[in-house]
Write a protein that binds this ligand. Structure first.
Ligand SMILES: [Zn+2]
Length: 281
């Protein structure tokens, strides 16, 4: 009887524990069913699992505000300028020194010059000198013009600081200071002191330096072809406000072929090109 009672008590305890376990299981299953949302994935794990080329897109919820992200070009705009390159290159920048109303040449600037053969200069005129690069380019230009039937010669070329002093003083006496400044450079500011400038003339203008040269067949040929030989027209028509000088169709400045091509194509004045501001167009 006692044994029977004991067995019965033990059975009830085991049964109670079993029932409790079943109830707990049912309750837990119900809870899991209710919480069926996916477990949020930490952002760091997205970065780790994504490949460099993969793009993760996520649609914004209606309440989210989409902030526009500015697009940054992967390839920055490249400025290609033979003139700007030449201006910072030790080998070429000496050819692009500025000599204008604002900028003087370095004190005592005296380039190495060579004497020009007589057939390229005005007959009976004084000896003419240029730096070697400019001398070669000038002879090429005059030869090319001759092949096309245009007889052109050099009337002036290199002038030292002192020669420019005499030249400017002459024009002041002839024209007065104000007009002389429009037509001639004060010493230290002349492109002729560089040994890279030439003044051209022809029989059509009585071998003189005249504005009419620009309307002669020789002047028109020079205007259309000078850039092919590395020259630029320093003082074009209607640009006195920029250049400070009257129209001089006879005055050519050597800058090298790459830069002269860029000057020609930009449609800007040489002073703008030498300042690098022709790239703003
Ligand atoms: Zn000149």
């Amino acid at each position: 009887m006692l044994m029977n009672n004991l067995f019965s008590k033990k059975s009830i305890t085991i049964l109670s524990i079993l029932i409790l376990c079943i109830i707990t299981s049912i309750f837990l299953s119900y809870q899991m069913f209710q919480n069926s949302d996916p477990i949020p994935v930490p952002e760091s794990s997205v970065i780790v699992t994504s490949t460099p080329s993969a793009t993760v897109t996520r649609k914004p919820s209606p309440t989210e505000t989409t902030i526009p992200i500015p697009t940054v070009s992967s390839t920055p705009k490249r400025v290609t300028s033979a003139c700007v390159y030449a201006l910072v290159n030790d080998e070429t920048k000496k050819l692009l020194l500025r000599a204008d109303k604002e900028m003087a040449l370095p004190d005592g600037y005296e380039p190495e010059v060579v004497k020009l053969p007589l057939e390229y200069i005005l007959q009976g005129w004084t000896e003419q000198y240029l730096i070697p690069e400019t001398a070669n380019a000038a002879m090429e230009l005059i030869d090319a013009a001759k092949k096309e039937g245009h007889d052109i010669v050099i009337r002036s070329s290199y002038r030292s600081y002192q020669e420019q002093e005499w030249t400017f003083a002459y024009w002041v006496k002839e024209l007065g200071l104000e007009q002389a400044k429009r037509e001639s450079a004060v010493p230290g500011h002349s492109e002729h002191q560089l040994g890279q400038a030439i003044d051209l003339t022809s029989e059509s203008v009585n071998w003189d330096l005249k504005e009419e040269f620009g309307n002669t067949p020789e002047g028109i040929w020079v205007d259309q072809n000078l850039h092919k030989f590395g020259f630029a027209l320093s003082y074009p028509r209607d640009k006195e406000e920029i250049t400070g000088y009257i129209y001089e169709p006879w005055h050519l400045r050597y800058v090298g072929k790459a830069c002269s091509k860029e000057w020609y194509e930009s449609g800007k004045t040489l002073i703008e090109v030498l300042k690098g501001i022709h790239l703003d167009y």
